[in-house]
Design a protein around this ligand. Structure first.
Ligand code: G4P
Length: 285
């Protein structure tokens, strides 16, 4: 799980921080994008330091893949912390009808001041988040365009442009790409489950077993339903074998090819084939 560290060596982080700091000077509000399946692990705590007092909204993306009950619990928990929070599906646009209202709430003071002075004020926004949370998808959705890959590699600079949104506000067309939170093995693991950290560096069978360990606690029914199991084996590796057997991942001697079973499980989890699953609880720190 260390390759993400390689992608984000300290020089990249410094450069990224500078770039985001530079962009921050030009915007009125930051849209912090997280993955609703792991709304805490997909945040980068450094952002608070970078943003300072600048208005911010938190957008929980991929709501369609996350547990509905936990979506509500997280929204409540973030709101209780005074964070303007919105739940969206950037693929379909669901939830985005509340976007302007939330931005206006976060910018209430500035908007009121401009109104008082009779000044025309066009808020400028930027989106930030770690890789794979859906930044490009959200930008394209807000811009009303089909697809265009926005710059997503640290250190790759190109000229920035403003996208005019339907509400008249302006959005920076390039997102701020934050590095994932390192150092906490639990966070790294959660990011690896969703594929936000690359697989080549991870032992897939171990990763699959660790995912099963978590899924069996709250989502045992989903596992039983997806893999047509009457009962879940107590040991995680045995359970992986059970799944492999059901899926015909067999090799010589009628043994289960657990590597293939692991790939299937991870793939299906990432594709939300097991249903809507959230991997964290809102113990908001
Ligand atoms: P990034 O810029 O933050 O790195 O993320 P990006 O927009 O590239 O999105 C990463 C993946 O997440 C994409 O899938 C995208 O379609 C998917 N995605 C983004 N928002 C949502 C959402 O709200 N719901 C769901 N279900 N998926 C979302 P991909 O498989 O990498 O590519 P593709 O299937 O779009 O080709």
């Amino acid at each position: 799980m260390n390759a993400s560290n390689l992608q984000w060596f300290p020089g990249h982080m410094t450069k990224t921080k500078r770039q985001i700091a530079d962009d921050l000077k030009r915007v009125d509000l930051v849209v912090e994008l997280v993955d609703a399946r792991l709304p805490l692990a997909s945040r980068n705590p450094m952002l608070n330091e970078m943003i300072g007092q600048k208005p911010r909204i938190l957008v929980m993306n991929k709501a369609d893949m996350a547990d509905e009950e936990k979506n509500r619990a997280f929204i409540d928990a973030f709101k209780a912390q005074g964070i303007h929070t919105l739940l969206v599906n950037s693929n379909s646009g669901e939830g985005l009808n509340q976007f302007t209202q939330l931005v206006n709430q976060a910018l209430a003071e500035k908007l009121a001041r401009a109104k008082e002075k009779g000044m025309r004020y066009i808020p400028r926004l930027m989106i930030v988040g770690i890789p794979n949370v859906g930044k490009s998808t959200l930008i394209n959705r807000l811009a009303g365009r089909k697809s265009m890959k926005t710059g997503d590699r640290p250190g790759v600079t190109r000229s920035k442009q403003w996208i005019k949104l339907q509400n008249g506000y302006e959005l920076l067309d390039t997102p701020g790409v934050l590095w994932p939170k390192f150092g906490d093995p639990e966070v790294a693991l959660l990011l690896a489950f969703t594929g936000a950290i690359r697989d080549e560096v991870t032992d897939m069978e171990e990763l699959a077993c660790l995912l099963l360990k978590r899924l069996r606690v709250h989502y045992a029914d989903a596992l039983c339903a997806r893999y047509q199991l009457d009962e879940l084996a107590e040991d995680d590796y045995d359970l992986l074998e059970q799944i492999g057997r059901k899926r015909g991942c067999l090799q010589s001697g009628n043994r289960v090819n657990t590597e293939r079973a692991a790939a299937i499980l991870l793939d299906e989890f990432r594709g939300a084939k097991l249903g809507r699953i959230t991997l964290e609880n809102p113990e908001v720190k």
